[in-house]
Design a protein around this ligand. Structure first.
Ligand code: ADQ
Length: 503
């Protein structure tokens, strides 16, 4: 039963995500983009962050640990080994993550995984229920918790509940290869608002709902029977004040100076990624080798620093990519290194935000080439860390959500090693005036659409009273005023076309 609490005039935010990771002792080296962005959003709204502690317990009890860290109130639960295996390492990271990143070849379908996913979502709902007051706004994050909204509705909660998907939503034909896809997606319509990183993912969701449920679109709202879910394009941004403040830090300055000294006059290219097959690292290394092969004049003049801390080491495909990258970097260095030049420095460790800032700033080229990425915050961080008077160039995958916001980057197809190689060559040769112009435009977008804009935009939609007329259809790219939204009629027509084509 819903728990009643003293009501305050401003609704409280309850954010829910798989992991709760707040900064402790200034240590944030290995946290993902969600953790960094969400902590900032919660600090601004005085909310509470609920989720898994990351700890394992013998038997699930539902006992909640309450803490306050770095200005954020947290409520965490421990999970038992079977939950972690089936829900986290299983359905979330071996089924949904590859599938939603268009990697059907790596998608593992197992009944135990699906069972564990449902069970942990129920456990989240049961444990969270006593904390919810009638006026609370509930904001659920990411692919681990897609059914949580339905689970809360089933327990009688009529609160406004929203969901933000940090990763892509796959095209209907891919999603349909997942057993139980219909229930999973149908459950999403129990949310009042769903936020996507880009128009492409939002449209894929609409296409699926049209084919599968014959839902209708009305402005930016998707209607199915009595349910009305608002679909927002709301790309995540940086905590810009915090990140750009690193320019004054000693750690940033030291990292920059150290790198510049170690590069001895060579242009440095930097990549910073979680070690993940979605990040296109093998293709990136192969492209760098192609660059050295096709441009002998660049040999000994450039160097690639790839920083990639391992993640999800319990999943076999992640161990495999690590072995492949070790072999590839060894092969390239073996083929091209000289007594005083190493073409690739490949580092498997995390760095503080300040150090990362200095590393980005020292690099002439930022290389961000995921095969698919919901957004990619590294691309934005690289731009913000540049010296506006002499900025480096961002080489960015067309298939990262960030590409819709940053068309001034050198955009490349991350599957084509030739295109990446030529993109790097172009970036290295780019004249100062062009670098400044592109940098200025990207920085303006990133500053305007920072993490505060992101959370306020989502929260404003979530707080809107049910029955209120939905606002105008969101722009295809909220960063670009010149990219108009699909008009509602165009959307409806597209829905119908998609539905009839696939029936
Ligand atoms: P991620 O897949 O984790 O996030 P990304 O957006 O690039 O990807 O965020 C990575 C974060 O980790 C960045 O803030 C980066 O600075 C940090 N990081 C990476 N390597 C690091 C290192 N060696 N040391 C320290 N920090 C490091 C998911 C989605 C993305 C989406 C985010 C946020 O996959 O598409 O942008 O959520 O929504």
């Amino acid at each position: 039963m819903p728990h009643t609490q003293t009501q305050s005039s401003t609704p409280r935010l309850i954010a829910v995500s798989n992991r709760v990771q707040v900064e402790t002792d200034g240590e944030n080296a290995n946290r993902g983009g969600l953790a960094v962005a969400l902590a900032a959003a919660l600090r601004q709204s005085n909310g509470i962050w609920f989720g898994w502690s990351g700890e394992q317990t013998e038997e699930f009890t539902g006992q909640i640990a309450f803490r306050r860290a770095d200005g954020v109130a947290t409520a965490t639960i421990d999970l038992e080994a079977q939950d972690i295996d089936e829900y986290y390492n299983g359905f979330a990271n071996r089924t949904l993550w590859p599938l939603f990143h268009y990697r059907l070849d790596l998608t593992e379908i197992a009944r135990d995984f699906a069972g564990g996913y449902a069970r942990v979502n129920e456990r989240f709902a049961d444990t969270l229920s006593p904390l919810i007051a009638p006026d609370d706004l509930i904001w659920v994050h990411d692919y681990h918790l897609m059914p949580l909204g339905s689970q809360l509705r089933a327990r009688g909660f009529a609160n406004r509940i929203g969901f933000f998907l940090h990763i892509p939503w796959p095209p209907p034909s891919l999603l349909m290869s997942l057993p139980g896809h219909s229930d999973l997606a149908r459950g999403m319509l129990d949310y009042d608002v769903i936020g996507f990183q880009s128009e492409e993912w939002r449209q894929a969701f609409i296409d699926y709902a049209a084919v599968q449920f014959e839902a209708t679109i009305d402005g930016d709202a998707l209607r199915l029977g009595e349910r009305c879910t608002r679909l927002l394009v709301c790309p995540i941004g940086l905590d810009i004040a915090d990140f750009s403040g690193a320019v004054h830090s000693i750690a940033a300055k030291q990292a920059e100076t150290r790198l510049v000294a170690s590069a001895v006059g060579r242009d440095m290219i930097v990549g910073v990624d979680r070690l993940d097959y979605s990040k296109g690292l093998q293709e990136r290394f192969a492209a760098y080798e192609r660059l050295l092969a096709d441009h002998p004049e660049l040999r000994e003049k450039i160097s690639l620093l790839q920083i990639a801390p391992p993640s999800r080491g319990d999943v076999a495909s992640y161990r495999q990519i690590r072995a492949e990258l070790d072999a590839l970097s060894g092969h390239i260095n073996g083929a091209y290194a000289s007594i005083d030049w190493v073409p690739i420095r490949y580092v498997n460790q995390g760095y503080s935000r300040d150090e990362l800032f200095g590393i980005y700033r020292a690099a002439r080229v930022g290389l961000v080439t995921p095969l698919r990425d919901g957004m990619n915050l590294v691309a934005k961080e690289y731009v913000v860390a540049q010296d506006p008077a002499d900025p480096g160039v961002l080489v960015l995958s067309r298939f990262a959500g960030a590409a819709a916001q940053l068309p001034e980057a050198v955009l490349v197809n991350p599957h084509s090693i030739e295109e990446i190689a030529e993109g790097i060559a172009r970036a290295l040769a780019m004249p100062l005036a062009e670098r400044q112009e592109r940098h200025q435009a990207m920085l303006a977008t990133i500053t305007r659409h920072d993490v505060r804009w992101w959370s306020e935009t989502f929260m404003a939609a979530l707080a809107e009273e049910p029955g209120q007329a939905p606002g105008p259809a969101p722009t295809a790219d909220p960063a670009s005023d010149s990219a108009p939204a699909d008009s509602a009629p165009a959307n409806v027509a597209r829905l119908r076309d998609a539905a009839s084509a696939q029936r």
